[in-house]
Design a protein around this ligand. Structure first.
Ligand code: NZQ
Ligand code: ZN
Length: 386
């Protein structure tokens, strides 16, 4: 195990009525002017907006709406939010949504307190913001676990980059599974697959021998797989959604990463695919993972073989490490088909004309991946996904 320090700043309120029971207490700790941030309108249709506005008013807050945060949030949207926050002397941001709203607000919170352009500050000057508007997250779509970390994935349309920026941790996160019941089933599945991907990306990091984090990780993966199937069987199963919302948080709250350098090469490739196509994150991962993993053989075989047995329950008897590693990739690919995720870019309506060469050439290469990819091989991976 690598050396580590572990402490965690995000307070989690889990369960039905978590907002009604806890939000007022949290709001009593912050100033009067609240930026209420959300996406394209689902929160207005399902009643979450009205409920939260009621609680904010009861707490005597002035509300400024920051609306229309899109999936794959853009840098221009971050700038709009920071402008609103400054103009309205915002004391606190309440982000209500999935990963896109939650990520966008992390950077709004930092940009509103910074005189420089935060993209340049972090990428050109290698600076790290230190002042933030405090924030709370109300999760309405699970999967990314974005409420648990201080990284945000932002699409800079001018630079054609979908890249991580670093912002603040949330003071608290409200995880109420009943808020997720109106998620479209496609988003439930792509979100939950994203959580499985986060677990795998962490597992596949180094060191490559198994430690306690990896064994908790194996259980997390089994849990996600089981509860995706349960949710597909019965979309009203709130217990399955409870498991999925917490599994998403578990994959990103740092526990699985303790003592490890993570992989996340598949994520970096998917993010650039997103920069060029604005595709759904979980769907992009579903297409890329099996193809990328076949390219990671034989370097990754020991870890794949262990996941075959410990996560997918494949009988190791009489099988070589290579056979088990291949069986793992087959099981993953079969599962992706079984749960109705796409298996090719074509199924995602990603055009043949997409500049795959540019995507490969601008993808961040990660240090924790078992295989040291070069850009030509990433390009091959993309071509095989078509
Ligand atoms: O915009 P509205 O109308 O609210 O609709 C949203 C959106 O269309 C809808 N939705 C959310 N809650 C709902 C609901 N519809 C009905 N009922 C509800 N309760 O769901 C759609 C997708 O939302 P979005 O937030 O875009 O999805 P997701 O949570 O998958 O977030 C994706 C973003 O997170 C980034 C991705 O790259 C992508 O930009 N990620 C962030 C990570 C992080 N910070 O740790 C890690 C991930 O790897 C990921 O990269
Ligand atoms: Zn992800």
């Amino acid at each position: 195990m690598n050396i580590f320090t572990y402490s965690y700043p995000v307070k989690v309120y889990f369960g039905e009525k978590a907002a009604a029971n806890n939000l007022v207490t949290e709001l009593s700790k912050v100033g009067k002017n609240v930026l209420l941030a959300y996406g394209g309108g689902s929160v207005k249709k399902n009643g979450i907006y009205d409920e939260l506005v009621g609680i904010l008013k009861e707490a005597g807050k002035n509300i400024t709406d920051f609306t229309g945060i899109m999936s794959n949030p853009t840098y221009n949207k971050v700038k709009e939010g920071a402008r609103l926050a400054k103009e309205n002397s915002i004391d606190f941001i309440l982000a209500v949504g999935g990963g896109s709203v939650i990520d966008c607000c992390k950077i709004v919170s930092a940009q509103a307190k910074l005189d420089k352009d935060i993209w340049d500050y972090e990428y050109a000057e290698h600076g790290a913001p230190t002042e933030f508007i405090p924030m709370g997250a109300v999760v309405t779509a699970f999967g990314t676990g974005a409420e648990m970390n201080n990284g945000a994935v932002i699409t800079n349309e001018e630079k054609m980059m979908k890249s991580p920026l670093w912002g603040a941790f949330y003071n608290f996160a409200i995880l109420d599974p009943s808020y997720t019941m109106t998620m479209p089933m496609k988003q439930v599945i792509s979100g939950a697959f994203d959580s499985l991907s986060h677990s795998m990306e962490t597992y596949m990091g180094s060191p490559r021998n198994v430690n306690l984090s990896d064994e908790i990780n194996e259980a997390t993966q089994r849990n996600i797989i089981r509860n995706i199937r349960a949710t597909l069987k019965n979309p009203d199963d709130i217990e399955a959604r409870s498991e999925l919302i917490w599994a998403a948080a578990m994959a990103e709250n740092g526990i699985l990463k303790i003592g490890k350098v993570t992989d996340f090469q598949c994520h970096m490739l998917e993010h650039q695919l997103g920069a060029y196509t604005d595709c759904n994150h979980g769907q992009g991962l579903a297409v890329l993972h099996p193809v990328l993993y076949r390219h990671m053989l034989p370097e990754a075989a020991p870890q794949f073989a262990r996941m075959a047995v410990e996560v997918w329950g494949i009988d190791a008897d009489g099988k070589s490490e290579d056979e088990l590693a291949n069986a793992f990739i087959d099981a993953l690919a079969d599962f992706i088909k079984e749960i109705g995720l796409p298996t090719t870019f074509k199924e995602m309506n990603i055009s043949e004309d997409t500049d795959f060469r540019a995507i490969a050439d601008t993808t961040i290469l990660t240090g924790g991946c078992a295989k040291k990819f070069d850009r030509d091989e990433l390009y091959k991976v993309l071509m095989e996904c078509r």
